[in-house]
Design a protein. Structure first.
Length: 258
């Protein structure tokens, strides 16, 4: 794949681990400047250390749920690395809880991070992209944007909304050299899943392999998606030959969602 020549500076939210860290790694290897945003500087520094502290990467604390945080972070990284051409909205959170036991705080936390975070970050960069008549926006959604999952109602609602935003903004920017897409992975091999496996094992007495099947059984390939698969899909959307791909929900789920 050949990265589009106009992409010089990428911002990745939720960059402190898992999918976000994998995306950062692939982008750095592609030779562009990358700004890592996340709530914990320790996690961001760990990612930078793993990459050998390249001069083309920088970290900034940012809670995407707060617009002031986002505006300050975008201003700071732009001052260092120049205009942002690629935004990857990867920050997210998921709470598992039956709907009838859900509190207002549970609901608002999911909406604030998963949906408002995408709005805040996209709002902070969209005018610059419009001025450049170029940009790439990639929202890391989930198969939860395409179907429902029991006990994840707030998460599913927020991700469905992200997909609606993706499709609407893609139409608004279609003549401006900007593409807007959503990547929708199924259960992915991250700490969220490993933590879930541990909890299931502790509560049920099942082995780790048996507990893992809770997550792999929905995938017809009977496996977890890898963070690198998601990262490579981001790169494909940034390829110079992918300019007609916009407003799409790309399911990375082994055939779970078609």
């Amino acid at each position: 794949m050949t990265m589009h020549g106009d992409i010089q500076h990428a911002v990745v939210t939720g960059a402190g681990g898992g999918i976000g860290a994998a995306i950062v790694s692939e982008l750095v290897q592609s030779g562009i400047k990358v700004s890592l945003l996340g709530r914990k500087i320790e996690s961001l520094n760990t990612v930078l250390d793993g990459l050998g502290r390249p001069t083309t990467a920088q970290a900034r604390i940012c809670d995407v749920a707060y617009r002031d945080n986002v505006d300050d972070a975008v201003s700071a990284v732009t001052a260092s690395f120049g205009p942002i051409n690629l935004l990857v909205n990867c920050a997210g959170m998921a709470k598992t809880k039956p709907f009838h036991k859900m509190t207002n705080d549970d609901w608002n936390d999911s909406i604030d991070v998963n949906l408002n975070g995408v709005f805040n970050c996209t709002s902070a960069v969209i005018n610059s992209m419009r001025d450049q008549t170029f940009g790439r926006i990639v929202n890391i959604a989930s198969t939860s944007a395409l179907k429902g999952y029991a006990y994840l109602s707030a998460y599913c609602a927020s991700k469905h909304a992200v997909l609606g935003l993706t499709r609407a903004l893609a139409l608004e920017t279609a003549l401006l050299g900007i593409t807007v897409n959503a990547i929708c992975p199924g259960y992915t091999d991250t700490s969220i899943i490993s933590d879930g496996v541990k909890v299931i094992s502790e509560k049920t007495g099942r082995t780790a392999d048996q507990a893992l099947q809770t997550f792999t059984k929905t995938n017809p390939q009977q496996r977890l998606i890898t963070p690198t698969e998601v990262a490579n899909t981001v790169l494909w959307l940034c390829d110079e030959h992918s300019q007609s791909i916009t407003g799409q929900a790309l399911s990375l789920s082994g055939g779970e969602v078609m």
